[in-house]
Design a protein around this ligand. Sequence first.
Ligand code: S3P
Length: 175
Amino acid sequence: MKIEKTPHIFLIGFMGVGKSTISAYLSKQIKKKEIDTDAWIAAEQKMTIPQLFEEKGEAYFRNCETELLKHLKEEKEGLLVSCGGGMAMREENVALMKESGIVVLLTAKPETIFERVRYSKNRPILNGNMNVEFIAELMEKRREKYEAAADITVKADRRTSKEICADIMEQIKEL
Ligand code: S3P
């Protein structure tokens, strides 16, 4: 891997897979600062993610994601980056992540995702589509891109944050 600076660790994966939870846990363990791309974009744009989708459109939001990755590539300190679920869908984003860090894919079954997101009002992609079938279908559509982006893959179903983080660190050591 050609990374001269301390690498970032990017957590990618479907909405509700637990990226934020794992990021918070891992950040304490490995003493890396964490950043959540949705939170960063919302703060920068002074709008919530649903407002951004509504008022500026999805393409605008996706461009904000790419701009953020470009900015992170210049950042000297290695950060733990919890990515929005669509981050790995753009090839440019995947290239930027791979150039500046290690990409960790978290996976879970559609049923697990549904249980975690079913009452969320914060995910425009699932508006009006809050059911296991839609989640399974979208997950399947995205699977190839998630897998192609991942340096390592970790299952997040029915495991504690401690177990998931141990798995991540173990696999990172072997890269
Ligand atoms: C999205 C996932 C969301 C957020 C936006 C779009 C997606 O992030 O970036 O609503 O396309 O999967 P989370 O994965 O944190 O829910």
